[in-house]
Write a protein that binds this ligand. Structure first.
Ligand code: MCN
Ligand code: SMO
Length: 776
């Protein structure tokens, strides 16, 4: 058996991706389909005084007043301090960020639709913009949502007693850390095509999403349609990264317009739309105090965390997700006795903050890992030793940390040691001295984290999001031809779930992976699932497929035993057959009997059939924890500020690995994005809230020449709480790079006394840190 769990199976989806035959939203052809372009706000904050449609083209332009039946996106939360923002499909009275949709224009081609959009006149009365956290929190600031009385979506507090930590501290590290606003830039931008199907009296929406069933709910709510009257199909999706797990206003406008005009309508996000209006994420500020004893043992951490949420709260995850994750995850993999934290989710005139691979953890990991290294420097010890001292020890597992996270299994210090070994930590000091003699500045940085995955219902509920369940269903079916069909409402958008779900089915059914067809992403064909996000796909959908496959196996053995005239208990499954001693019957023969020759089965036939839908929930509601340490060696040019990555190592443990090859890819891709966060990517705004990085010439993405050859190491500590011991890992590699790289930069610059506390570590910032150090 070569296609089961643990095998490096080639990806099923790659054949169509490599041949260019995959179908993305942009590839779908429906007769009579028109294209849409949006009129977007040129100002960050303004009152809409009037909108004038171009003469003769009134029927091609729709504004908020044309859609009184469309309710705004209302992301609700049960957290007491949360303030809801009505996020309109099209702005009505006010615009709150540059790029906010004001009108949708339709025409046979995108070019024509754009021409129409340009001829729509919008009369705007400028309001003072709130372009930064500082402006938002000034005394008497301009307000985004007047009825709130301030610019705060949410504040949270976590308190424990820090007095002992303060009293016993030999070292106090006090820092401010800043992480830049970013976009996620999936290869395929957002896209949506909607039409009204007259046969089913149903709105059909093809959309590039990670969460088709959720989008169906969101569209039904806003368009006030029964869910049965909406079908959402996620076709091939070219990367999601979190951007595609929320309802976008464009999805609503396109869906409404298609229905209203009784014509298929498509909108395809272009790169400029993505960079300016589409996706904004990652912008955090930390003010942090860490207390440690003279050996570098952490005693306590006290933190204030600000998140620049932008103008609206996205559905369904709300502004609460980022702050809750930041506050809850700052202690990370460390055994921390005292921790207090306050978070502020700030409203500004920028696009709505979306989850992005790692959700908050790239920020908290950066802040914590730099703090750990600062402690090491302050007590004169090496950063590996300080990590070994402070990481949750293997003997302490399972371990409930100070914020209530239940670390199920693992050996965190060992991961740090193994990453350090792989990168040559022990000999690095010597290497560094040699480099210094040549006038070169090289440094080594470590970065450790935990990744909560497959969160249970109560985890989301505690974040104020009671609508996100910690369970999942799947259907596994024997087709009349004897092949296997797996139906999952989850989706595969680059992370390989299509292949790994098939592997799980193969593991039970012992068939070749080519005999397994995966059907995903279509609400009309699949059982309900909230989709793939928060690294839940493999554990949840994989668990459901596993359970359904197990039950199908049980039924196949009953039918097979009848055909073999033996006891089902005495049969086994081998190579797509039910086997009893020397005799066997193929799945195809069983299928033939069940579907086409029922007379071959007894009257007492098990009518439950060969289509099995099962629900699955892990045995724990708090999620399971993957962990890793990244290690980087960099060289910094102190004259230009340029940083080059000389070596990069990831040592990771995600429990049982379903497809190690896919997981290598998850590590490479995630780390590449994390390196973008660390060194390059920044969505800049001026003080008027105008985006300054609207093309890929301004917004720097790393490419192959900026990226190292990653070296990977693994251990496997299976979770006792999930089927097959699987843990989720899709976000992990994006979390640690900023910590590893900036720690390495600071190590390299230590002889100059420079320390960077802000990302991306652009040449400009590196030079600034060096100049500041010189001035002191
Ligand atoms: N996997 C495995 N064995 C495990 C765990 C996972 O083989 N023990 C494989 C599976 O193929 C699984 C993938 O790794 O689909 C990621 O695992 P998981 O943590 O279960 O994450 P999801 O399937 O829920 O995918 C979502 C996750 C998230 S939240 C983001 S963001 C992200 C990520 O995956 N977006 C991605 N990885 C991405 N990779 C690509 N190429 N494109 C994206 O948009
Ligand atoms: S940001 Mo991933 O979709 O949870």
């Amino acid at each position: 058996m070569t296609s089961g769990i643990g095998e490096r199976v080639l990806r099923k989806e790659d054949a169509r991706h490599l041949r260019g035959t995959a179908q993305f939203v942009g590839d779908i052809k429906i007769a009579g389909c028109w294209e849409a372009a949006f009129v977007r706000s040129p100002l960050a904050h303004a009152r809409i005084r009037g909108i004038e449609k171009p003469d003769g083209l009134e029927s091609r332009v729709f504004v908020a007043a044309d859609m009184p039946d469309v309710l705004p996106i209302r992301a609700e939360s049960s957290l007491p301090s949360y303030k809801q923002s009505d996020y309109p499909a099209l702005a009505k009275d006010k615009v709150r960020y540059v790029g906010e949709c004001i009108a949708i224009c339709i025409a046979p081609t995108r070019a024509e639709a754009e021409d129409i959009a340009e001829s729509v006149r919008v009369d705007l009365e400028p309001l003072p913009p709130v372009a930064s956290i500082d402006t938002a929190l000034e005394k008497n600031p301009p307000l985004l949502h007047e009825e709130w009385g301030d610019n705060l979506f949410l504040t949270t507090e976590f308190n424990s007693d820090l007095s002992e930590a303060k009293k016993n501290a030999a070292v106090v590290i006090e820092r401010e850390y800043n992480t830049a606003r970013q976009c996620m830039n999936p290869m395929e931008g957002k896209g949506v095509l909607a039409h009204w199907d007259t046969k089913y009296d149903q709105l059909v929406v093809y959309t590039s999403t990670q969460v088709p069933h959720l989008i169906r709910t969101g569209i039904s709510q806003s368009l006030q349609l029964d869910q049965a009257d909406v079908r959402v199909v996620a076709p091939d999706v070219g990367g999601g990264f979190g951007y595609k797990c929320v309802l976008q206003p464009e999805e609503l406008s396109v869906a409404w317009t298609a229905r209203h005009c009784n014509r298929p309508i498509r909108w395809t996000e272009d790169r400029r739309e993505h960079l300016t209006a589409g996706a904004n994420t990652r912008e955090h500020r930390y003010k942090l105090k860490a207390y440690a004893d003279k050996n570098g043992r952490l005693l306590g951490v006290d933190a204030d965390i600000w998140v620049d949420i932008g103008a609206y709260s996205v559905w369904p995850f709300t502004a609460c997700l980022e702050a809750a994750q930041a506050g809850g995850n700052l202690p990370g993999p460390y055994d921390l006795g005292a921790y207090s934290c306050r978070t502020y989710s700030v409203a500004t005139n920028k696009p709505a903050f979306t989850p992005y691979r790692g959700v908050a953890r790239p920020g908290v990991c950066f802040a914590m890992e730099l703090t750990i290294d600062a402690i090491a420097r302050a007590v004169g010890k090496d950063p590996l030793e300080i990590r070994r001292l402070n990481l949750v020890q293997a003997e302490a597992m399972p371990y409930t940390n100070i914020t209530g996270k239940f670390y199920d299994t693992g050996d965190y210090p060992s991961a740090a040691v193994q990453a350090a070994d792989m990168i040559g930590f022990d000999t690095f000091r010597k290497r560094k001295e040699e480099a210094a003699r040549d006038g070169r500045f090289i440094g080594l940085g470590l970065s450790s984290f935990t990744e909560q995955s497959a969160h249970g219902t109560k985890v989301f509920a505690a974040w104020g999001l009671p609508l996100v369940p910690g369970y999942e269903q799947a259907m596994v079916k024997l087709t009349p031809s004897g092949s296997i069909e797996v139906k999952s409402g989850n989706h595969s958008f680059g992370q390989g779930l299509e292949t790994t779900l098939a592997q799980v089915a193969c593991d039970w059914l012992k068939v070749d992976i080519d005999r397994v067809k995966i059907v995903m992403g279509d609400t009309g064909l699949t059982p309900y699932s909230t989709g793939a996000y928060a690294s839940r796909g493999m554990v949840m959908a994989g668990g459901a497929v596993s359970k359904a496959s197990e039950e199908l196996v049980r039924r196949l053995r009953i039918h097979g035993a009848h055909l073999l005239q033996c006891d089902p208990e005495k049969t086994e499954i081998k190579d797509g057959r039910v086997v009893h001693g020397q005799a066997s019957v193929s799945f195809a023969e069983i299928a033939d009997a069940w579907y086409l020759h029922p007379d071959r089965l007894p009257d007492t036939v098990n009518t439950a059939g060969l289509e099995v839908t099962e629900g699955y929930k892990p045995d724990i509601d708090t999620g399971v924890f993957t962990y890793a340490t990244h290690a980087a060696i960099v060289e910094v040019d102190p004259d230009t500020g340029r940083v080059e990555i000389l070596d990069y190592v990831i040592f990771e443990d995600c429990g049982r690995r379903v497809n190690p090859m896919i997981l290598d890819g998850q590590s490479y891709g995630g780390a590449a994005q994390g390196i973008g966060t660390a060194l390059f990517e920044e969505t800049l705004y001026d003080s008027g809230g105008q985006p300054l990085t609207s093309t890929l010439a301004d917004y720097v993405l790393p490419g192959p020449s900026e990226l190292p050859s990653f070296r990977l190491g693994h251990s496997e500590s299976p979770s006792p709480y999930t089927r097959h011991g699987i843990k989720g890992v899709g976000e992990g590699a994006a979390i640690a790079p900023s910590g590893a790289i900036v720690n390495a930069i600071n190590d390299a610059l230590a002889p100059l006394g420079a320390e960077l506390t802000q990302i991306p570590a652009t040449p400009h910032r590196v030079l600034e840190a060096i100049f500041e150090a010189k001035e002191q």
